[in-house]
Design a protein around this ligand. Structure first.
Ligand code: SF4
Ligand code: SF4
Length: 329
């Protein structure tokens, strides 16, 4: 009854108020301000890459709902260690270029994250630590191992020695139903302290009030006919502008969605295309400035992302059923 007399509806930046059958439309100033902020954040060319993720294993030993890296759909696949060595050294080289836009004395990235899938599935993980730190000896570059923690209790002394020797930060995402006290005590017996992803100011998904991971959804439009333009999707996207850039096999992808979509395509027999404008070849770019300018622009693939339809949190952690609906509108 009350709804018939008075209602407020928000669609985008327009707020519609209905009073006794009369309709008034206003600019929703909070939503408008958020849009302005998001657009500035996503299109400002940064002077460094905030995050660089390197999937050293594409697949995973966990089964999270709607995995953002599509690792629950991926077949077993590791980053080849020789290719990795070349690629990480190339990134280091780009850092040290002193030409305009080169990194010079300032590392171009604050953080290199060995990720997945689940990186601890990679049997060469110690070599990845060593090569990463050799390429980025500056201790101001944080080298992080992000993990679901399922294999931490299986790691032995040489693993933890390599963590300490190479100044690696182990950053688990706190998944529910795991004995984190036991895991903490075990790694601390080797002199290593965990830094949960939430403690580090980021996490690979929303969390509950116990700082445990909960599930959300990042749907795709299969036909690419998003109601938003690529620019609108991009400017609203929290993964844009270097927040989630991914390096794999000589290529730098703007986000984990573009980097991992091949697993989705292959598993569900789809063809969401990744064009040559959706990534950079790290052997063709001249300097960091080119990378940073590229990251601050929308990408053709953004038209497949239903950013407006994203669900930040279901309020609970869910397992996948491998249904395509977990990734689609
Ligand atoms: S969200 Fe992380 S832990 Fe979960 S399936 Fe994906 S890669 Fe694995
Ligand atoms: S492709 Fe999607 S996730 Fe990636 S930057 Fe564009 S809108 Fe964001």
């Amino acid at each position: 009854m009350l709804e018939k007399l008075f209602s407020i509806t928000d669609v985008g930046i327009i707020r519609t108020v209905r009073i006794l059958g009369m309709k008034f439309e206003f600019l929703n100033s909070i939503e408008f301000a958020k849009n302005v902020f998001r657009t500035i954040r996503s299109t400002t060319v940064l002077d460094y890459l905030p995050k660089l993720y390197i999937p050293v294993a594409e697949h995973c030993n966990d089964n999270c709902y709607g995995c953002w890296t599509f690792s629950t759909l991926a077949k077993e696949e590791f980053y080849d260690i020789k290719t990795f060595e070349q690629d990480i050294n190339r990134l280091s080289e780009l850092t040290s270029l002193t030409s305009e836009g080169g990194g010079g004395a300032t590392p171009y990235t604050g953080e290199v994250t060995l990720a997945g899938g689940e990186p601890l599935l990679n049997p060469n993980i110690i070599s990845f630590f060593e090569l990463s730190r050799r390429a980025f000896p500056d201790p101001s570059v944080k080298i992080v191992l992000i993990t679901n923690g399922l294999l931490l209790l299986k790691q032995k002394a040489p693993f933890f020695k390599a963590v300490l020797d190479n100044n690696i930060t182990i950053s688990p995402t706190k998944y529910p139903d795991m004995d984190w006290n036991k895991i903490e005590q075990y790694v601390e017996s080797f002199g290593v302290t965990l830094q949960y992803s939430t403690d580090m100011g980021f996490q690979s998904g929303p969390v509950s009030n116990k700082n445990e991971r909960v599930s959300g959804k990042m749907p795709l439009h299969l036909d690419g006919k998003c109601s938003l333009t690529p620019f609108d999707s991009y400017s609203r996207c929290g993964l844009s502008n270097g927040a989630c850039s991914v390096m794999r096999n000589g290529k730098l992808y703007p986000c984990s969605i573009i980097a991992g979509i091949r697993h989705f395509n292959s598993h569900f027999n789809q063809n969401l295309p990744v064009s040559s404008h959706d990534y950079m070849d790290i052997y063709k770019v001249a300097n960091c400035k080119e990378i940073l300018e590229y990251m601050a622009k929308p990408h053709p693939f953004c038209k497949y992302c239903n950013v407006a339809g994203r669900v930040a949190s279901f309020g609970e952690y869910r397992k996948t059923t491998h249904s395509i609906s977990e990734w689609t509108t």
